[in-house]
Design a protein around this ligand. Sequence first.
Ligand SMILES: [Zn+2]
Length: 545
Amino acid sequence: MRILLTIFIAVFFLFSCSQKQGADLLIYNATIYTVDSLFSTGEAMTVKDGKITAIGKLADLEKKFEVKEKIDAADKFIYPGFIDAHAHFVAYGSGLQTADLVGTISWEDILRRLSDFAKGLPKDQWLIGRGWDQNDWDKKDFPTNDQINTLFPDRPVMLERIDGHAAIVNQKALDAAGVKAGYSLAGGEIEQKNGKLTGILIDNAIGLVSSKIPAPTKEHFGTALKDAEKNCFAAGLTTIDDCGLNFEDVERIKSMQANGELKMRLYVMLSDEKANYDYLKKNGVIKTDRLNVRGFKVYGDGALGSRGACLLEPYNDKPGHSGFLLSKPAHFDSVANWISQEGFQMCTHAIGDSGNRTVLNIYAKYLKGKNDRRWRIEHAQVVNPNDFSLFAENSIIPSVQPTHATSDMYWAGDRLGSERVKGAYAYKKLLTQNGWIPLGTDFPVEDISPIKTFYAAVVRKDAKGWPVDGYQMENALSREEALRGMTIWAAKSNFEEREKGSLEVGKFADFIIVDKDIMKASDNELLQITVLQTYLGGEKVFERR
Ligand SMILES: [Zn+2]
């Protein structure tokens, strides 16, 4: 009997050993915020073939798994990789190859930077810069192009404003585009003073010149994206929504991802152009582990900074001017009709309260009440109090960028007046419409850092702690809401919540290790929080040294 028992025990152990499951990775000694529905935490996690296989206590996981590699997280904090629900990844990458004018303090400052930057450029190559914001200067008027005409008589120069809704170009660039004094167009403005072009172009007018910029070569495109990816991994981003690309860009991205040159997961909205509609109609939704193309980015109106956002009543600081829609409502209507029939996703840029109302009503016409189409309004920045409920009634997703609130708060009240501004950057009120809200940055309009998004959403102050009590705090998000907005809710806005956005068994092992607990650090500490490591599909893609 005793012998029999011994054999039984031996067989049992043999059996149970062989029952141990294999795992590629075990991360332990961490506080893991899973961001699951219960907002639960764990101390260890295993990964196999790029996906999470278990989360729980180290002792339990060690019993269960035969592990190839163990990582001691040294008491640090783990979150799902951040998802930026609204950004411009390709534009950011190409921006890295152009003159950076973000943070310039005057027009003279810009001229200095341009002269330096031009030294490294071939003689006749376009000089492209972006990121200026005259609101940051002592002299807050738009500049004129006299000095860039003198400095650069032989090469075209185009300098985009931070929001991409205004640009200043030199004479050579105007000549290249054939733009002359007296020329006008719908949805845009070519500024003139005393019958002379100033070089300032607003909204649709920018395209007259930008369309003349030679397309980047395949090599330049590749370099731009790889540089962008590197910075994004370092910021803790593992998925980015690129809002508004052409199908040629999608094809290039697809091939870079297929041959391993590009690892970043991208959700791409195609721009509102016929060739793009034809492309998706022919191909259907494109969905791989790293690429998701199912939606279109439509441009409703301009931006508040350049007074291109379409308002119901005139601007508080420009009487008689209410901004404008970038296309006729009939265009948005026909696009919405087509997209609803084809079953794709519609994502429309709307900033002004009139822009938002127009888009909300057109969406409502085709969505007809509650639904799961997840049509998005990008920015949803100024919403009339009577229109908030349209989001809930038609399950329309407001896709917002909290750092816009803290970048614009210095002058948003001037543009809108004290009453109307209350319906601006109203993230909490928008969140309550559907019970969830995706967050993004709109980089390169804003910095790529998701930590800054979190801080802006929760604290609603600038980096210097202004205003002391926070900006319109009734619309601040809780820390949990902000974290969900940057992870699981962003995934949901892309129809990707089953594969990413939280750390749960079966999902991609996209996660970051961070030095402090963003759920518990003091407000003042938040901006110092640093991403130490980033993993995408269980592969370490960034480590801070
Ligand atoms: Zn954008």
